[in-house]
Write a protein that binds this ligand. Sequence first.
Ligand code: NIG
Ligand code: FE
Length: 419
Amino acid sequence: MSSENESKSLAIVNCSQVVTLAGPARPRVGAELRELGIVARGGLFVRDGLIERVGTGIEELIDANTIVVDAGGRVVLPGFVDAHTHPVFAGTRVDEFEERSRGATYQEIAARGGGIQSTVNRTRASSLDELIATGRHYAEWFLRGGTTTVEAKSGYGLSLEDEIKILRAIRQLDRKSPLRYVPTFLGAHSIPPEYKSRRDEYVSLIVEEMLPRVAQEKLAEYCDVFCEEKVFTTDESWKILSAARCHGLGLRMHADQLSLSGGAKLAAELGTVTADHLEHTDEEGIAALKGAGVQPVLLPGSVYALGSSRYPAAREMIDAGLAVVLATDFNPGSSPTPSMAMILSLAATHMKMTPAEAITAVTINAAYSLNRGDQIGSLQPGKIADCVIHDAADYRELAYFFGIQHAWQVFSQGKLSHG
Ligand code: NIG
Ligand code: FE
């Protein structure tokens, strides 16, 4: 994200609710997920892109250099932090989507060389500039929905140069767009066809060539692996993630998405920062995540879009004391949505999370999962002024009215980026 500072200050006044998420300086667990730190009828004052005051007494800070925004009785929230996305890819998969609407399954399509591989083929054939251009288009979509930070994975290149190309596109997007990107290397997203009969060599390519290059060019903060039967086994995932740790990368994992394949347990054993998906994780897996302090990142958009009814066990995870995160999993195959509003709706209707729990999971908890809990994810003095006025009088409407865009004005570092 570009970091030019504002010379003018910003005051947002006349809010029905300022949903601050103020609280302990750590991810929220248990009943804390329901405590949003709401200030009724308040506002927000921003100087040089940082929050200076929250709540009441905003008017007294206003001077001739202040841009004053009248929220008109709407709610203001921190910008959403989307902690799991795949936002750089070429083309769409509408053809496969249509096939699935006729009954084909995601796994069947993947097995015959479609799925992730069809996006890899198109992404390999695209230039850096083309990927940046489509990435900018999707950045607009995120901002329009009230998202101001995304974790962004590579994973549609699956060769040294193509993975680097995607990570460079992410770096350029972060510099050129008001959206903040946190880059993750996902060379272990799928075994490319040229390595199908020699998987070990692809794992070695990741460990010996891709990871050192990614680390040397400082192109990623995290490394992720799609740990799943028929994709990367737990042994292969262990090798890749252990090597990534030696290069100083934080660890994330696609775990137990399509089957109970030992992903959550491996995440706990490795002490990854997050374990993502977890649709098939059982009680033992939940206990292991708790023991190791791993944050679950739940992705109901992919469950919905794959036509499944197997949502992750969010209630059990909250009851077990896990610091739950929700994210879109935006990608062209299993979850073609950048909409956090959609995720809030799914969390409430299908995962029985209250609107407050879901809001915490897409703001402060998500920020901590990206090692940015001290900068974003809540509206508190000293934090970056990523904030959104939503066209609602009560924050619960964000999960209740579905199929609409609620974000009315979106501010990234105190600067209007949509609205
Ligand atoms: O998170 N699970 C693996 N990766 C993505 C799907 C990517 C794709 O289908 O292109 C996911 O669901
Ligand atoms: Fe994913």
